[in-house]
Design a protein around this ligand. Structure first.
Ligand SMILES: [Cu+2]
Length: 139
């Protein structure tokens, strides 16, 4: 009668593992997710909680329509700006990942508070949402 007990133990370990994975699956580690709805289209941005200077980061945009469906085939780009001063900054384009997701690779040339404007062109219409991102000074 040792056999069934062993199996139950293994099953419990397996279950604990599954719950751990589910708990971690709620979002990307080290990222915060924010979203805004603009004229019926929801623009969600997952961006790193902490950014350091002059390193490449991946940001993820998810577009959802008013019907709750993911929007593919959009043109997405990010405009980076600092509210405190005029900045010359690049405007990286979102790479489509499917399922309404787009990956943007960004670099921040200065520490401080940035404003990220996510632009999405969907079926000839322009949508934009603004998010804040702080960049920590180099050590
Ligand atoms: Cu600046």
């Amino acid at each position: 009668m040792i056999f069934p007990r062993l199996r139950i133990t293994h099953y419990a370990v397996f279950l604990a593992l599954v719950f751990t994975l589910v708990a971690c699956g709620g979002g990307r580690a080290g990222y915060s997710a924010e979203q805004q709805t603009v004229n019926g289209i929801t623009i969600k941005l997952e961006h790193p909680q902490q950014l350091a200077l002059l390193q490449q980061y991946e940001l993820f945009v998810t577009l959802t329509g008013a019907d709750g469906r993911p929007i593919d085939g959009a043109t997405v780009f990010m405009a980076q700006d600092m509210p405190a001063m005029p900045m010359n900054s690049n405007q990286p384009i979102g790479e489509p990942l499917g399922n309404g997701q787009y990956r943007i690779t960004g670099v921040f040339s200065m520490d401080g508070d940035w404003r990220l404007v996510i632009h999405a062109r969907v079926a000839g219409q322009e949508y934009a949402a603004t998010f804040n991102q702080s960049v920590t000074p180099a050590q």
